[in-house]
Design a protein around this ligand. Structure first.
Ligand SMILES: *Cc1c(COP(=O)(O)O)cnc(C)c1O
Length: 365
């Protein structure tokens, strides 16, 4: 490639990265991005749309997002000054990495430790900021390898440790005792417990919030994206107030648009019943879809999220391409190679979409 004037200006790590691009094209059934199916009632949709309308289009949004942070704080028993809101958890991840980026001792760069496989944005966002990324494979049950994590933490001395539970793409929750071991082995790092799928995880989730009380180095991240409101782009983290205050300095003052702030506040304050109802539909469909896929010979990992992690006999890339040709989009993880070669992730959709998936995939085995 011919040299371009900006090549010497670019951060070196960008040459190894590719922009995160969801699959392009139109598909009759899209079960690739872990979004909620459209289950919101027409009445709730109308009320939400009304609540999102800005009172004054000429004015900036509230830079402190006071109403939204109060609603979030009330939803989890925190205080508003422990809450940082972002344009999705994606922005929260970026803000954490921007603020907590000082290299340790004589290390050339700051680092993060994550299990693998997990949510790609930890790695992408970290590499884009020059962090070193240390990945520790999950065990055979897709649970944390607590000793491996502890060793990696001791060796890498990371600034941040990211653990998603339930985890994407494996759909599994990590064991609480192993998570505790990881937290205790990283007393001088921030451990981010990413609960994007906590609504689908069943009882026991409170225990993860309680970790915050037990350990000063824990922050809990959540989002509205997976429970039916991905369009709003609202995520948050709950952590120590002093830390939130520092990270807040790296946030753009008007990062959350008025419709997002007002819509998220309304959803949290008024739509709890709707969210619970939508979750119940997804959880029931999850069981039905898992049973259908198992009957077709796929290995299905018991899911605590709104998607299924499955293994197929053929390479996943072939199954996913064949499905796409039939109008159904799911996500393959073959590109990671190794034990993921035959793995794919299927988001739970509407009952009709799940039926269609089962029908088409039967022909793609
Ligand atoms: C989808 C997902 C998120 C959500 O990110 P948003 O930016 O809030 O949409 C966060 N963490 C994990 C593990 C996810 O899978």
């Amino acid at each position: 490639m011919t040299a371009r004037f900006f090549d010497p200006l670019l951060r070196a790590e960008l040459s190894e990265l590719r922009a995160y691009e969801p699959h392009a094209g139109t598909f009759e059934v899209r079960l690739d991005a872990n979004e909620s199916p459209p289950l919101l009632s027409p009445e709730a949709s109308a009320a939400l749309a009304q609540a999102m309308i800005p009172a004054q289009l000429n004015r900036y949004p509230d830079p402190r997002a006071v109403a939204l942070r109060a609603a979030i704080a009330d939803s989890c028993g925190a205080s508003p000054d422990e809450v940082l809101v972002g344009t999705g958890s994606d922005e929260i991840i970026a803000l954490l990495l921007t603020a907590l980026d000082r290299p340790r001792d004589r290390a050339p760069a700051a680092s993060i430790v994550t299990p693998s496989p997990t949510f790609v944005m930890y790695r992408l966002s970290a590499r884009a900021r020059g962090f070193k990324v240390v990945e520790v494979p999950l065990d055979d049950a897709w649970d944390l390898d607590a000793r491996g994590m502890a060793r990696a933490i001791e060796f890498a001395r990371p600034n941040l440790v990211f653990v998603a539970t339930p985890n994407n793409p494996t759909s599994t929750r990590v064991s609480l005792d192993r998570l505790r071991t990881v937290i205790e082995s990283a007393p001088d790092a921030l451990v981010v417990v990413d609960e994007a799928y906590v609504d689908f995880a069943g009882p026991g989730a409170e225990a993860q919030l309680a970790l915050r009380q037990a350990y000063p180095n824990v922050a809990v991240m959540r989002t509205l994206s997976k429970v039916g409101f991905a369009a709003l782009r609202v995520g948050w983290i709950v952590g120590p107030a002093e830390l939130v205050r520092e990270i807040d300095k790296t946030r753009q003052p008007y990062n959350l648009a008025v419709p997002s702030q007002q819509g998220a506040t309304f959803a949290l304050r008024e739509l709890g019943g709707e969210i619970a109802r939508m979750r119940d539909v997804v959880v029931a469909e999850r069981a039905r879809l898992a049973a259908g896929l198992t009957a077709l010979g796929f290995e299905v990992t018991p899911s605590k999220a709104n998607f299924l992690w499955i293994a197929c006999a053929r390479p996943a890339s072939e199954v996913v391409s064949a499905l796409a040709a039939r109008g159904v989009l799911v996500k393959s993880f073959h590109a990671s190679g190794g034990r993921l070669l035959h793995r794919m992730r299927i988001t739970v959709g509407l009952p009709g979409e799940n039926d269609r998936l089962l029908h088409e995939i039967a022909a793609c085995r």
